[in-house]
Design a protein around this ligand. Sequence first.
Ligand SMILES: NC(=O)c1ccc[n+]([C@@H]2O[C@H](COP(=O)([O-])OP(=O)(O)OC[C@H]3O[C@@H](n4cnc5c(N)ncnc54)[C@H](O)[C@@H]3O)[C@@H](O)[C@H]2O)c1
Length: 381
Amino acid sequence: MPKTDKSALREVLESIRDGTPPAEGISEAAAAAGPAATAEPAAVAALSEGQASVRQAIAEGNLAAELAKPDVKAKAIRWVKGMGSPGAEEVADLLAMFRADVIADADLLEAVLKHTAITREEAEATASFKKLPAFKRKQILDKYRMSPEAAAKLVEDEDKAKGERFLSSEYRIVNPLLAALEELGVDPAVHQSPDYDYRPIEARLIQVWKRIAIARGSSPVTVETWDGDNLKETYGVVRSMARVWDKYEVPDIPGGAVTRGDTGAFMYAAYPFLDPKTQGYPDGELAFSKTITWPGVMSTTVGDPKDHNFIQAKSFIWKLQARAPHKGRIIGSINPAEQEVTFPVGSKVIIEKLIVRVHDKTLHAAEFGSVADVIALARLE
Ligand SMILES: NC(=O)c1ccc[n+]([C@@H]2O[C@H](COP(=O)([O-])OP(=O)(O)OC[C@H]3O[C@@H](n4cnc5c(N)ncnc54)[C@H](O)[C@@H]3O)[C@@H](O)[C@H]2O)c1
């Protein structure tokens, strides 16, 4: 599969963090093994025109004068821009151009930084680099010679951005995946660990994931196409959010109370003891003592439950007490009107009371409206 710009960038960042050169780069020492000027004439003929001109100029000691010629420079740029994974000799050519300090072209300098091991400081010190506009210098250096701190920040920002994706639409695919892991008996403490490997159960996981997503309203036509790549991507969203959960903003939760709306039928299928009809619970308040582990990422609101359709339209409402220090976070800002506080995978819901209103919807209607059959009061940990 071709690498996206982002994955290529991530690879470069990871290589910087690890202290290794990017996969497609090559060390200066390796480059030194292949002196360009000694290439045989037949081999030179087989080279691209740009590379051949550069080699010839290096051999004749007039690189600066040759590269000053627009046609030679254009050919050299074409060659360098087309460079995929340069071999040792090509890297030696790039370094020779750099060392001669004749490259005042952004594309050529970018290639030098991309494919060789010269340092940021070395690049900044060259006269030709200084000739580039400041924004361009920064752009190239940030891309190929980022400080470890800047690289870590970029990765963190990328991870944090997954929260926004989750809130906007990917809750539809992420939460069914987390529910599928639960159904297959994988505890959140296990699948949230950085070492977790789902591959031994991949085929079954995909099957169950698809079934749950369709049951929760995703289009079967879309879901049908999900495969191992989709799974990898979606699990990546889960991992990203887990990595940076504590870096998201901590919200103020007035009185420690948040509310959430759910579809009763789904709740009862997952937790039959909550179903007032099959359990024969009469209308009224019922003391309760049960703890469940929420398999997904849990959206709640600090807003008034009566102001939000995602609660008013639902047959099951949770009123949850989340006392500080809680794990609720603001993971995105896409829908500020929702006043959302999101809780991480595997939150413990300690149910203390059920307000059953199968027949009499006036019970606590001033606080919760008059649609839901059940309001569950619980603590969230
Ligand atoms: N639900 C809320 O009260 C709430 C609060 C704030 C914001 N939002 C926003 O609304 C959108 C939808 O959120 P959502 O909460 O419906 O997404 P969700 O993924 O949690 O729920 C989707 C559907 O799956 C069901 N479901 C979820 N967890 C389940 C479980 N453990 N067992 C069985 N069924 C389960 C839900 O009842 C719902 O019908 C998101 O953009 C979210 O940010 C929702």
